[in-house]
Design a protein around this ligand. Structure first.
Ligand code: OXD
Ligand code: MN
Length: 593
């Protein structure tokens, strides 16, 4: 397979001239091609078979131990003006970046195959979808891209029809952390990645295209590319509200996206439909609502912690057609990770005999890659060309203290402030220290392809006549007591919070106004059958004025860093909240709308 698209064909020739591969393979996305790739990787030791009766067509990949997470300190936005990348990104001059990358790419595919992967982010017929072509020398990347995107002939036909596509060039290189870069050139609509085989660094359709480059395109074209899951929350009446929710990496997006209702709510007829678990592209429709698609076709989820209790739907997908990365293995060859069950693995994620004294058996960022088609809760709307209308947007972080279980923004601008002020404790999804509180606006700190000040202004610009915007909420499932125990059970029980949120969306639930937003009382939440003590519940819904004053003062410093591109409106709302907390203005009413 080659192409009628002259610019694409020229680019492939030019990359081949630079990288000198032994062979060029145009991926058609067929089952036969996938099987041949798997056979080749089994033969080369890039993949290991897992127990075939319990886990048919499931394989294990072990990464180089230095290549197990995203590398934010080596990820650059290369715009002609440094200011456009913003203080939230590392910046490199595009000419300098190309010079460095060309030197790394020179001859790097000698002895290897150059794969050309045409792919489509989003349902192939959707006007909201966008295409790209990734060139890579990694068969593991091709196999993962086939699961995570609509890859192959149909995508190539769309690219030939449309003309435009994002150019992504990836080489695994020598996996030397000193020679590793993930470069983005938003003005050229291109991505260059070298020296890593890890998903977020190497599957260029995901974070690089669908978030960093897409966020830039979205700003220019009037839409939003966000680090959000999408779910349909179906009430017993049959009505379904679609909700998009932003949480930082490894904070439970996949679990929330596949939630199975707790027993009493299941019996009453509640159902949660999965549309996406990581990325959401939203665009205003002719009706003024935001319509969303999940640009991905599969899940690249965190395995540790996934169990029949935390995410039964995910577990149900993990028994066939899965590529596991960096999990442990039991004596009978089954994949295993911490939190799965009480069995003991024999091999750790490095393939060595498991010794608990040497750390966890599975890497904390061990992953599964699986097609969305295998998800038992996949929404019938997930393949719809027009997407789903969003009723509510939720922001959330991992905060042991201060931030209540749920609060609603007073209006769109206050919601943007809630998103902009999100903070979360760091996780194993990126290299670096785990558990440190960092500001992660809209969960986009590692993924926004341009200046955060411009990004917040773009969000604010949606508040205009004719729009029927979603309501905005903030949640925190991770509050802890002084003795370090979680106050809220989380997982399935989070549906009780979603219930209040969707009722708020059509004026069927009450809230009371506080300086930090609209909060439910315990009366407003459906808590039947829930085992949480009244003191924990009141702590979860308490507004700690002194703590919030400290938080909002600190926020001023963080906003200051964004300089004069920071929209004045957000700071005005921040100061208004401080005035309310100090009692200079008094919000105290209950509202049913
Ligand atoms: C992911 C991440 O892999 O956010 O989704 O790191
Ligand atoms: Mn993510």
């Amino acid at each position: 397979m080659t192409t009628t698209h002259a610019a694409l064909s020229r680019w492939v020739d030019q990359v081949a001239g630079l990288t000198c591969p032994d062979r060029i393979h145009w991926c058609d996305g067929s089952p036969g091609e996938y099987d041949a790739l798997l056979a080749q990787m089994l033969a080369s030791g890039e993949l290991h078979p897992l127990e075939g009766r319990s886990h048919p067509n499931c394989y294990l990949h072990r990464s180089h131990p230095d290549d197990v997470a995203r590398v934010e300190h080596l990820t650059y936005i290369c715009t002609s003006q440094r200011e456009d990348a913003g203080p939230n990104n590392l910046w490199m001059d595009p000419t300098e970046a190309h010079r460095r990358m060309d030197a790394l790419y020179a001859g790097c595919m000698r002895g290897r195959t150059l794969y050309v992967i045409p792919y489509c982010m989003g349902p192939i017929e959707s006007p909201l979808a966008r295409c790209g072509v990734e060139i890579t020398d990694s068969a593991y990347v091709v196999a993962n891209m086939r699961i995570m995107t609509r890859m192959g002939s149909a995508a190539l036909r769309r690219i030939e029809r449309e003309g435009t596509f994002i150019r992504g060039l990836h080489s695994t290189g020598e996996l030397d952390p000193e020679r590793r870069f993930i470069m983005h050139f938003p003005e050229e609509l291109s991505i260059q990645s070298y020296g890593s085989g890890y998903g977020g660094n190497a599957l260029l359709g995901k974070k690089c295209h669908a978030l960093r480059i897409a966020s830039w395109q979205a700003r220019n074209e009037g839409w939003l590319a966000e680090h959000m899951l999408i779910v349909g929350v179906q009430e017993p009446s049959g009505r379904t509200h679609y909700v998009a929710a932003a949480f930082p990496s490894a904070c439970g997006k996949t679990n929330l996206a596949m939630l199975v209702p707790p027993e009493p709510m299941l019996k009453a007829g509640w159902k949660v439909w999965t549309v996406g678990d990581d990325i959401c592209w939203m665009r205003p429709g002719p009706d003024g609502r935001l319509w969303a698609i999940n640009p991905e076709a599969g899940f690249f989820g965190v395995a540790p912690g996934t169990s029949s209790r935390t995410n039964p739907n995910a577990l149900a997908m993990l028994h066939r057609d899965v590529i596991f990365t960096n999990v442990a293995v039991t004596a009978d060859g089954q994949p295993w990770w911490e939190g799965l069950d009480a069995r003991k693995p024999t091999l750790d994620w490095r393939g060595q005999a498991f010794d608990p004294a040497c750390g966890p058996a599975a890497h904390p960022n061990a992953r599964f890659t699986v097609s969305a088609r295998h998800c038992p809760s996949l929404s019938p709307q997930a393949e719809g060309a027009s997407g789903v209308p969003i009723s509510a947007i939720i922001f959330g972080g991992r905060r042991a203290n201060l931030v209540p279980l749920v609060m609603e923004a007073r209006d769109w601008a206050h919601g943007v402030l809630m998103g902009a002020s999100m903070g979360s404790e760091t996780t194993a999804a990126a290299t670096g220290t785990v558990g440190v509180l960092r500001r992660d606006p809209m969960a986009m700190k590692p993924f926004c392809g341009y200046h955060f000040g411009d990004y917040f202004a773009h969000w604010l610009s949606f508040d205009r006549p004719g729009m029927r915007l979603p309501r905005i909420f903030h949640v925190n499932w991770f509050r802890k007591s002084d003795d370090g125990k979680f106050l809220w059970p989380g997982y399935a029980e989070n549906l009780r919070v979603l219930d209040w949120i969707v009722r708020r969306c059509d004026h069927r639930a009450e809230a009371h106004e506080t300086p930090v937003g609209l909060l439910p009382t315990t009366r407003d939440l459906d808590l039947r059958g829930l085992d949480v003590s009244p003191s924990h519940l009141s702590e979860l819904l308490r507004v700690d004025s002194a703590g919030w004053l400290r938080e909002l003062e600190q926020l001023a410093d963080d906003f200051e860093a964004f300089g004069d591109r920071m929209p004045e409106r957000l700071d005005k709302d921040r100061r208004a909240m401080i005035a309310m907390l100090r009692g200079e203005v008094a919000p105290a009413r209950r509202t049913a709308s």
